[in-house]
Design a protein around this ligand. Structure first.
Ligand code: GAP
Length: 442
C-alpha cells in the first residue's frame, strides 16, 4: 500500500484520459472539468449502478428527468434565493476571494501574506443567474438549478396523478447541478458544475422517523456491497444544529476518507413537509396527497438521499488507487475498481501481432463487445500491456497465443492477484461473469 495523494490521482486522470481541466487550451476554467473517454465510462457505470439500486431493486421508486432551467419562483419557494449563501471576504490587496468560515480572519492573507486586508464578510448567493428570452432584466432572471431535488417536488402531483404510486414512494433523478463555489480546490471534489443522484422518499408524517434510519442503512450498504468501497474508508457524521441546512429537521452525511481527509460524500436528510408546503404556498396549487384507502389528506414528509455523482467518481478513484511492489525494484500502479465500476472490463491482447494471432484476438474482442466493455491492444511487450490495463483498472486481460490457434483456449489474467488461468474460449464469458459476481475487494 502506498500513500494516495491528490496529485497522484490528478496526474493519473490526466495521463490516462479520465478527467481534464475544462477549456485547458485557454488556460482552464476553475471549478469545471471534462470527463475523458475513461472518465465518462466510469461515471456512467457508477450512475447506472445507483439507478438500478434505487429504481429496479427497490419497491415503489420511479424516475424523473426534470429540466435544469426552472421558473424563478421555484427557488424563491425553496428558500434558495434568500438562504443559499456562503459568507465571503475579499483581500483588498490582492483581490483574492475566500469563504469567511474557512479562513482565520485575523491571520495574514493566504495568497499575498498581507495582514488586516480582508473586507467585512458578505453573504454571497451560490446560484448562477442567467436570463431567458430576449430581454435582460429582473423579470427574465432564472437560475441554473443548485440541486436536482426541487424538480422532484415541483412534479410531485404530476407523478402521483399519472403513475400508480402510493405513499410511501420515492422519485429519483440524476443530473447536473450548478453552484458558484468560492473555493473550488481538491480537483472534482467541489466544482461549480457537478452531477447529483438524488431520491426523495414521500411518506406519511410521523413514519419519517422509521424511514430515516432505513435509508441511512440502505445507502451505506450500497457503497460497501455494490461499489466495493473499503468499509473502513466510510463513516457517518450527524449534523450539529449549526450545520443543518435551512430545510432539514435532521441530517447525516456519509463521509469518505478522501486524500485530503474525511469529507462528505452523500447526505441523508429529513426534510419534513417543508418543500411541498412552500411550493403550495408560492404556487397556490394543492400539494396534498389523498390516501386512497383511508381518505386521509396530508402533505407527505420527505426523506432525501443526496449523493454527488462526480464526487463518487473521485471516491472510486481514491479508494481504488494503489502502487504495489511486484518484485524488487518493480512497482505497478493499479486501480482496484470493482469489475462493474471499471471503465474497461476486458482487454484482449494478442501475444504477438504476426502469424494470425492479431486477427484471432481482434475477432474475439468483437465477439465480447456484446457482453462487456472491451479494449484491444496489440502494441508493446505483453508485460507492458498488462501494466497499462492495471493502471486504468481493467479487471480481466485475455491473451491470445500460439496454443489458442490449435486448442481455442486463452490466458485469462486477473488484475488484483495477477493470477493467470487457461480458459476455453467457449467458457470465457461465463468465467468472467462468475468472477465478477464473486469479486472480493483486496
Ligand atoms: N438536495 C440536497 C442537497 O443538494 P447537499 O448536501 O448540498 O444537499 C448533496 O449536496 C451532495 O451533492 C453532496 O453530498 C455532494 O456529494 C454533492 N455536491 C454538493 N455540492 C457539490 C459541489 N460543489 N461539487 C461537487 N459535488 C457537490
Amino acid at each position: 500500500m502506498s500513500e494516495v495523494t491528490m496529485d497522484k490521482i490528478v496526474s493519473l486522470c490526466r495521463r490516462r484520459g479520465f478527467i481534464f481541466q475544462s477549456s485547458e487550451i485557454y488556460g482552464g476554467l476553475n471549478g469545471a472539468y471534462d470527463y475523458g473517454p475513461l472518465g465518462v465510462q466510469l461515471k456512467n457505470n457508477i450512475r447506472d449502478l445507483w439507478w438500478k439500486e434505487m429504481t429496479q431493486l427497490h419497491d415503489n421508486i420511479v424516475g424523473l428527468d426534470a429540466s435544469i432551467l426552472m421558473h424563478s419562483r421555484v427557488w424563491e419557494a425553496s428558500g434558495h434565493v434568500s438562504n443559499f449563501t456562503d459568507p465571503m471576504v475579499d483581500c483588498k490587496q490582492c483581490k483574492s476571494r475566500f469563504r469567511a468560515d474557512q479562513i482565520d480572519l485575523n491571520a495574514p492573507c493566504p495568497v499575498c501574506g498581507n495582514r488586516g486586508t480582508f473586507t467585512a464578510p458578505r453573504n454571497f448567493n451560490l446560484m448562477f443567474a442567467t436570463h431567458i428570452g430576449a430581454d435582460v432584466d429582473a423579470a427574465s432572471t432564472i437560475y441554473l438549478r443548485p440541486e436536482t431535488a426541487q424538480g422532484i417536488y415541483v412534479d410531485f402531483k404530476n407523478v402521483v396523478s399519472s403513475s400508480r404510486v402510493k405513499v410511501p414512494f420515492g422519485i429519483t433523478q440524476v443530473g447536473k447541478s450548478f453552484r458558484n463555489e468560492i473555493t473550488t480546490k481538491n480537483f472534482i471534489f467541489r466544482s461549480c458544475e457537478f452531477e447529483q443522484m438524488e431520491m426523495q422518499w414521500f411518506c406519511k408524517p410521523g413514519t419519517d422517523e422509521q424511514w430515516f434510519p432505513y435509508w441511512r442503512e440502505q445507502r451505506m450498504n450500497f457503497y460497501v456491497n455494490k461499489l466495493g468501497i473499503h468499509p473502513e474508508h466510510l463513516r457517518w457524521h450527524q449534523h450539529g444544529p449549526d450545520e443543518l441546512a435551512f430545510y432539514a429537521k435532521d441530517a447525516y452525511d456519509i463521509q469518505f476518507l478522501f486524500p485530503m481527509g474525511w469529507q462528505e460524500l452523500e447526505g441523508v436528510h429529513s426534510r419534513t413537509d417543508y418543500d411541498l408546503t412552500q411550493h403550495q404556498k408560492f404556487s397556490g396549487k394543492d400539494m396534498t396527497y389523498l390516501d386512497p384507502e383511508t381518505n386521509e389528506k396530508y402533505i407527505p414528509y420527505v426523506v432525501e438521499t443526496s449523493a454527488g455523482l462526480t464526487r463518487n467518481v473521485l471516491m472510486a478513484l481514491s479508494d481504488a488507487y494503489d502502487e504495489e511492489q511486484v518484485e524488487e525494484g518493480d512497482v505497478r500502479t493499479v486501480l482496484h475498481f470493482h469489475p462493474l465500476v471499471a471503465p474497461v472490463t476486458v482487454a484482449v491482447l494478442p501475444l504477438v501481432k504476426k502469424d494470425g494471432l492479431a486477427e484471432y484476438a481482434s475477432k474475439l474482442e468483437h465477439e465480447l463487445r456484446d457482453e462487456f466493455v472491451t479494449f484491444y491492444d496489440q502494441s508493446a511487450a505483453i508485460g507492458r500491456r498488462y501494466r497499462r490495463q492495471d493502471e486504468i483498472g481493467t479487471p480481466y486481460c485475455v491473451t491470445v497465443d500460439y496454443d489458442t490457434l490449435t486448442d481455442n483456449t486463452v490466458t485469462l489474467r486477473f488484475r488484483d492477484s495477477m493470477e493467470q488461468v487457461r480458459v476455453p474460449v467457449s467458457e470465457l464469458v461465463a468465467t468472467i461473469k462468475k468472477a465478477t459476481k464473486e469479486y472480493k475487494r483486496v
